[in-house]
Design a protein around this ligand. Structure first.
Ligand code: SAH
Length: 229
């Protein structure tokens, strides 16, 4: 475990609580767009418990409780905590759920999901990031998580269907395999848009008959979802 110099456990806890207040304020401010004025209690508790500084490099650790994205190497970023909270909340997870995450990155979002659902499968195309996240999540005791190396555009057909799917990189379109792998009654959140065009966070709901409804929630800025096609 890398400790932030001069910061003890209770100081880290204080910083997480302060960050959560900022996130909750931003959730209220954006409530008119997102339709959510407040986070679910369970989401707040998960955000309060997971130590974000464990998911960044030691020299970024002093910034871990700022409400902003941070670089994690390989041209990728750990998402802004407000965005992590909002996306998690939109999934409306229940303790029996099985979740797919596309874009493991640091594993921070993965850890939040693991606090709220029975099982999390996460897939990352950069091998070094996947391997690092697997090691880190294991060390921190998140043993209901399975990290896969590969192209998440295709989902994980061997483990489908999923109650919820979260994509943490921006796709040009909603990948059809992911829609396929979502259970009836399931929810997916995904940023949709190009690298230099406007991206929107989209909520995809599949009803019990398999009908799909999409809702644009908020303009966002994510790294691109890479795909060979
Ligand atoms: N959830 C992450 C955010 C990481 S940024 C976190 O909390 O840290 C998005 C990640 O998606 C990057 O690590 C990038 O390598 C990965 N990615 C991009 N395209 C992908 C694809 N097709 N399949 C899987 N991962 C992908």
């Amino acid at each position: 475990m890398h400790e932030t110099p001069g910061m003890n456990t209770s100081e880290r806890q204080d910083r997480r609580v302060r960050l959560l207040r900022e996130i909750e304020a931003e959730i209220r401010e954006t409530g008119a767009y997102t339709g959510r004025m407040a986070l679910a209690r369970e989401v707040i508790d998960a955000m309060a418990k997971v130590e974000r500084e464990e998911f960044v490099s030691p020299y970024q650790a002093p910034l871990a409780y700022e409400n902003r994205p941070l670089p994690i190497g390989h041209g990728q970023t750990i998402s802004q905590p407000y965005v992590v909270a909002l996306m998690t909340d939109l999934l409306e997870l229940a303790p029996e759920h099985r979740v797919l995450e596309v874009g493991t990155g640091s594993g921070y979002q993965t850890a939040i999901l693991a606090m709220l659902a029975r099982q999390v499968h996460t897939i990352e195309r950069v091998d070094a990031l996947a391997d690092q996240a697997r090691f880190r999540l294991k060390r921190l005791g998140y043993d209901t998580v399975e990290v896969h190396n590969g192209d998440g555009y295709e989902g994980l057909v061997d483990h489908a269907p999923f109650d919820a799917i979260i994509v943490t990189a921006a796709a040009k379109e909603i990948p059809p395999p992911l829609i396929e792998q979502l259970k009836p009654g399931g929810r997916m959140v995904i940023p949709v848009g190009g690298r230099f065009s406007v991206q929107n966070l989209v909520l995809v709901e599949k009803d019990e008959t398999g009908e799909i409804k999409t809702t644009s929630v908020l303009p966002v800025a994510f790294v691109p979802l890479k795909h060979r096609r």
